[in-house]
Design a protein around this ligand. Structure first.
Ligand code: HEM
Length: 395
C-alpha cells in the first residue's frame, strides 16, 4: 500500500492508506451481506420504470447485471485503489453510458447502494478496533471515488459530443456560403475540362489525359462534399411512419450497388413492437452503412443486415467480414469530414449519425479482428438522454 493518497482526487477525498486498511478489513464480514444488497438493488430498479426500461434485453440482462453488480460490490473491499482498480472501474461508466443509463440514474443508484451498504455495516460485527463512524466514513469515500470514476466517462463523452457540436455549428455557418461561392467555380472547372477533353480528343498525350481525368475526379469529389454538407444541414425533425421493417430493409439493400462477390443477407430478429421512424431519413442512414461495408470488403465478402424491434426501440445492424478498422481510426469515424478513403467526403457517417440522433437514437460501431458492426437503435419515442441539438441554418 502506498504511504499517501495517489492522486489529486484521492487527496481531496482524503482517501488515505488508513481508509484502504479499514476497507480491506471489512471484506470478510461484508461479503456475506453483498448478495442481499444486490437483490435489493433489483427490487429498486423494478420500482422505477425509467430504470427498468434500460434493460432492453429483458430478465436475462437483469440477471447478468445482478451478477456483475455483486462482483463490483465485492471489489469495493479489495484495496489498493490504484491505477489498475481505476482502470477496471472506468469500464463500468462506459458500459452504462453505452447502455443508455443516464447520469442521474447512476447517481441515484449509487445512493441506493450507499444506503444498503451502510445498513449492512450496522448489521455486521465490526472487526476489532473499528468503530461504526470511521468505517462508514471510509466506505463513503470509496463510493464517492467510484462515482467520480463512473461520471468521468460521462464527462469525457459530453466533451467529445460538444466538440462535434462545435464542429457542426462551424460547418453550418460556412456551408451555405461554400455552396453559394463554390458551386459556380466548380461548374466552370467541370465544363472547361469537358470542353478541353473534347477539343483535344485523340491528340492529347496520355499524360494530359491523366491530368484531365484527375481534375474531373477532384471536381466530382468537391461537388460531393458540398452536396453532403447541404444534406447534413437539411436533416429535419423526423416524420415517423409505421414501417414494415423487413420489406423496408429489402428495398434499401436492393438499391445499394455491390460487386457480384459480395453477398448481402437480411436476418430478421424478433419483431414484437411497431417500428416507427422517418423512412427517407433512415433509408439514407442504412444505405450509407451498407455502402461503407461494401467498400470495406472490395470484391469479396459477406454483409449481414439484422433487425429487431421491441416495445421500446428498433435496432438495425450492418456487419461485414472485412479487414476491420484500427482503434485509432474507429475513435474518429463519426467526426465530420474525417475520411480514410481517397475519394470519400467524410460526411456519410456524420449524416447517418445526425439522422439517428434526430430520432433520439444511437449509432455505434464496434470492430473485432474480423469485420465491423454498425448498430442503429431508434427508440419509438424520445426517451433517455437528450440528443445533440442540431445546427440551425438556412441553406
Ligand atoms: C452505481 C450503480 C451501479 C453499479 C455499481 C453497476 C454495476 C454494473 C457492472 C459492474 C456491470 C458490468 C459491466 C461490465 O460489463 O464490465 C453493469 C452492467 C450493466 N448495468 Fe449496472 N450498475 C449500476 C447501476 C445501474 C443502473 C441504475 C442501471 C439501469 C437503470 C444499470 C444497468 C446496467 C446494464 C443494462 C448493464 C449491462 C448488462 C449486460 O448486458 O451485460 N446499472 N453494471
Amino acid at each position: 500500500m502506498s504511504a499517501a493518497p495517489r492522486n489529486a482526487y484521492q487527496r481531496i477525498l482524503e482517501l488515505t492508506p488508513r481508509v484502504e486498511e479499514i476497507m480491506g478489513r471489512l471484506k470478510e464480514p461484508m461479503d456475506a451481506e453483498l448478495p442481499t444488497i444486490a437483490d435489493r438493488f433489483y427490487l429498486r430498479i423494478e420500482r422505477h420504470p425509467e430504470a427498468l426500461a434500460v434493460f432492453r434485453g429483458g430478465r436475462e440482462q437483469l440477471v447478468r447485471q445482478r451478477i456483475a453488480l455483486a462482483g463490483w460490490l465485492s471489489e469495493l473491499f479489495v484495496p489498493p485503489y490504484d491505477e489498475s482498480y481505476t482502470e477496471k472501474r472506468i469500464r463500468v461508466g462506459i458500459v452504462h453510458l453505452n447502455s443508455g443509463v443516464d447520469e442521474h440514474l447512476m447517481i441515484g443508484a449509487m445512493n441506493w447502494l450507499r444506503e444498503e451498504l451502510i445498513g449492512a455495516l450496522r448489521r455486521i460485527t465490526l472487526p476489532e478496533g473499528l468503530h461504526f463512524g470511521e468505517t462508514a466514513a471510509a466506505l463513503q469515500k470509496v463510493l464517492d471515488f467510484d462515482l467520480g470514476i463512473i461520471l468521468s466517462s460521462y464527462w469525457t463523452d459530453l466533451r467529445s459530443r460538444t466538440r462535434n457540436i462545435d464542429r457542426l455549428a462551424l460547418i453550418g455557418q460556412f456551408s451555405a456560403a461554400i455552396n453559394h461561392e463554390l458551386r459556380n467555380p466548380l461548374g466552370v472547372i467541370g465544363t472547361s475540362t469537358y470542353l478541353l477533353k473534347s477539343k483535344l480528343a485523340a491528340d492529347a498525350s496520355e499524360d494530359v489525359k491523366n491530368h484531365l481525368a484527375k481534375i474531373e475526379r477532384s471536381v466530382a469529389r468537391a461537388n460531393a462534399i458540398v452536396s453532403g454538407l447541404m444534406r447534413l444541414l437539411k436533416v429535419e425533425e423526423p416524420a415517423r411512419d409505421s414501417v414494415d421493417l423487413e420489406s423496408f430493409l429489402e428495398s434499401v439493400i436492393e438499391e445499394v450497388p455491390h460487386p457480384p462477390g459480395v453477398t448481402i443477407e437480411l436476418i430478421p430478429g424478433a419483431v414484437t413492437g411497431r417500428a416507427a421512424f422517418d423512412q427517407d431519413q433512415v433509408r439514407q442512414a442504412v444505405s450509407n452503412l451498407i455502402r461503407n461495408a461494401t467498400e470495406a470488403l472490395g470484391e469479396q465478402g459477406r454483409i449481414e443486415v439484422r433487425f429487431a424491434s421491441d416495445s421500446i426501440a428498433t435496432s438495425i445492424s450492418v456487419s461485414d467480414n472485412g479487414p476491420g478498422i484500427p482503434q485509432a481510426t474507429l475513435n474518429r469515424i463519426f467526426e465530420p469530414l474525417f475520411t480514410t478513403k481517397s475519394f470519400g467526403t467524410g460526411l456519410g457517417l456524420t449524416l447517418s449519425k445526425a439522422i439517428v440522433e434526430a430520432h433520439g437514437g444511437e449509432l455505434k460501431a464496434r470492430c473485432g479482428r474480423v469485420g465491423c458492426t454498425f448498430e442503429i437503435r431508434l427508440p419509438h419515442f424520445l426517451i433517455g438522454r437528450p440528443t445533440i441539438p442540431r445546427t440551425q441554418t438556412s441553406s
